[in-house]
Design a protein around this ligand. Structure first.
Ligand code: FAD
Length: 390
């Protein structure tokens, strides 16, 4: 191994957890990230709906790396030169011994027109803009807001339920507030890869929360006050695109051999097919030709494998294979309700919601950060959620 550090591009779930594991093994790491903070994405919808504030779910890297072996550079990696084993950031070249690419994904707008009128939910800035839009419409001149979420996967489902709870609470304080909510979904079911029991529970909960499901429909054109779909037009003051994501790899299209959907092809050891010193993980990879579920839980488990395999590669040992199995899924359906499967058992209602919160509290990185989230949730119990527009 040369004297250059192991360079990690991307400071999200895959990048940060890989860095932690490598530091534990005594390696020097250079982390390149576009922001100076880590975002705990599973709780983003709670920022968009006032259960948490932005600073509750973003954490400075220093809060969980206490190591002199970590160097951090704020910037966007723009080129990988594999022949010279260097990465370009902000016009400067950095050498690496091994390179780990973990640049995550970006919203897939699927060629829908008028997306400039739509909101997304990929980072805290999106969450803040979204909350402001919903509240200012609800408390605006018409006292009415129509919210449409495009995409009935986990992100869209969790978001629409929490928006419903937020607007219910707002209406409780000001009875002149009124709202309509709809969720556009291409297939007939929500959270397509989940069991029938989970899907049926979500559908029933939608009826209860007066969320209109629009199934078998595709968004076509988004306007500031309505949305055109393949099954008709709907009034929509706030339209959120939660229709899916695609790998955030465009910038490396000339440096890496990507598959036709932009994934980085890796073997079971998460090592790229074309370069034994280059590993990749998280939302950007296709393992043995197949994309895998784009989840924080998969990225963090892959981080252990990448760190171990860099060590094994360096010492000439056989690489460990990543186990593709998803351990279980949990969904929050707004305050006090949830559904999920753990070890094959379906859990519903308040117990599922409570477990969901407990799991994500424990997954929040760093003890101080856990305390901050727990404190905010406890305050909500007494004060209700934060309904300011920021
Ligand atoms: C709203 C929302 C809710 C979610 N809820 C859940 C959930 O409940 N459970 C779950 O398991 N998963 C959930 N996910 C999915 C989960 O967030 C992702 O699967 C996970 O973050 C993937 O990790 P990653 O490291 O691949 O990418 P990310 O965590 O997205 O990190 C990628 C990082 O790379 C940076 N980056 C990108 N390009 C460059 C570059 N050129 N140079 C430098 N840095 C770069 C980005 O800024 C980002 O910080 C959710 C995602 C969203 C958006």
């Amino acid at each position: 191994m040369n004297d250059d550090p192991i360079v990690i591009i991307g400071g999200g779930f895959g990048g940060v957890y890989t860095a932690q594991e490598l530091l534990k093994r005594g390696y020097s790491v250079l982390l390149i990230s576009e922001t100076n903070y880590f975002t705990f994405t599973p709780l983003l919808h709670e920022v968009a709906t006032g259960s948490l504030l932005a600073h509750d779910i973003i954490f400075e890297y220093e809060s969980f790396f206490q190591s002199n072996h970590l160097r951090y550079i704020r910037g966007r990696a723009s080129r990988i030169d594999r022949a010279r084993k260097t990465v370009w950031v902000n016009g400067e070249e950095f050498g690496y011994s091994y390179l780990v690419v973990a640049t995550g994904s970006t919203t897939n707008f699927f060629n829908v027109q008028g997306v400039e009128h739509a909101y997304a939910l990929k980072d805290v800035e999106d969450a803040i803009l979204l909350k402001k839009a919903i509240i200012t419409h609800a408390q605006g001149i018409n006292h009415h807001v129509a919210v449409t979420v495009v995409g009935g996967g986990p992100t869209g489902v969790e978001l629409i339920f929490d928006v419903a709870r937020m607007l219910e609470e707002l209406k409780g304080k000001d009875s002149s507030v009124d709202y309509t909510l709809q969720i556009i979904q291409a297939s007939d079911v929500f959270c397509r890869i989940e069991s029938d029991g989970v899907q049926a529970y979500i559908r029933k909960a939608m009826d209860h929360m007066q969320i209109t499901p629009v199934c078998g429909a595709y968004a076509e054109v988004i306007h500031p006050d309505r949305i055109e779909t393949t099954v008709g037009d709907y009034r929509s003051d706030v339209t959120v695109m939660a229709s899916g994501v695609r790998p955030n790899t465009d910038v490396f299209a000339e440096d890496l051999s990507l598959d036709e959907r932009g994934h980085v092809p890796v073997n079971a050891g998460l090592q790229t097919i074309e370069d034994e010193h280059l590993f990749a993980l998280g939302d950007i990879i296709a393992v043995d030709g197949k994309p895998i579920p784009k989840l924080a839980q998969t990225a963090t488990r892959q981080a252990l494998v990448v760190a171990e395999n860099i060590h094994r590669h360096q010492t000439g040992e056989k690489l460990e294979a990543y186990n593709l199995e998803v351990l279980g899924t949990m969904f929050s359906l707004g305050y006090g309700d949830g559904v999920g499967i753990i070890y094959g058992y379906t859990i519903k209602g308040v117990l599922a919601w409570y477990l969901w919160r407990t799991v994500y509290l424990f997954k929040t990185p760093g003890a101080a950060n856990k305390l901050r989230v727990a404190f905010s949730w406890t305050m909500d119990l007494f004060q209700g959620r934060n309904l300011t527009e920021l």
